[in-house]
Design a protein around this ligand. Structure first.
Ligand code: SAM
Length: 181
């Protein structure tokens, strides 16, 4: 997709417009708001890890939800765009061998209650490559959760297109149950 077409699609996207009107950094905020309305995976005071946090739609929802008693550790390759007192930002590659330990250290060596991953590769347009890269990032998110998530904590994994081209799919792994949205 060309940049011009991407920008045109974004302008006509009602979720993008709604996010702009309501002050969220991205439309992704509504994915998490809908998950919260249904499953209430994040609670006040929680420790949350957000992988692939830029520009911060989900991050702003997490920050509001956990409140000043909670903490969100946000990780992305890009420089932080959303800032708040209860957010610690790590600008790094989730594939970096040190990433799980850097996250744990940012959590104050406490395991988190929830890990949210919306990490998504730059799409090449070659479907098989894009699907492979997206799946590898999903697997990496689970590897990281193995180190940083407390027993019984929740993983919210969002897989962007092209895995499911028309809808973004989300999977919540809550303790031993797995819910597909
Ligand atoms: C769909 S966007 C995330 C949107 C964000 N969750 C929000 O709520 O606004 C995917 C993000 O994954 C990040 N990303 C891709 N590969 C990454 C990697 N290997 N390590 C860290 N971040 C990565 C990208 O920089 C991009 O910002």
């Amino acid at each position: 997709m060309t940049k011009a077409r991407w920008l045109a699609e974004r302008r006509s996207d009602p979720w993008h417009r709604k996010a702009k009107e309501e002050g969220y950094p991205s439309r992704a905020a509504y994915k998490l708001i809908h998950i919260q309305q249904k499953y209430r995976v994040i609670r006040r005071g929680d420790l949350v890890v957000d992988l692939g946090s830029w520009p911060g739609g989900m991050l702003s929802v997490e920050s509001q939800t956990v409140g000043p008693e909670g903490l969100v550790v946000a990780v992305d390759l890009k420089e932080p765009a959303f800032k708040a007192e209860n957010v610690v930002f790590l600008q790094m590659d989730v594939n970096d061998a040190e990433a799980p330990f850097a996250i744990l250290s940012a959590l104050g060596n406490r395991r988190c209650d929830v890990l949210v991953s919306d990490v998504s590769p730059r799409f090449t347009g070659v479907r098989d490559v894009d699907v492979f890269n997206q799946l590898m990032l999903g697997i990496r998110a689970l590897e990281i959760s193995d180190v940083v998530l407390r027993r019984g904590g929740n993983v919210v994994g969002c897989q962007s297109s092209p895995i499911l081209p028309t809808v973004a799919s989300c999977v919540i792994v809550a303790s031993s149950s797995c819910i597909s949205l």
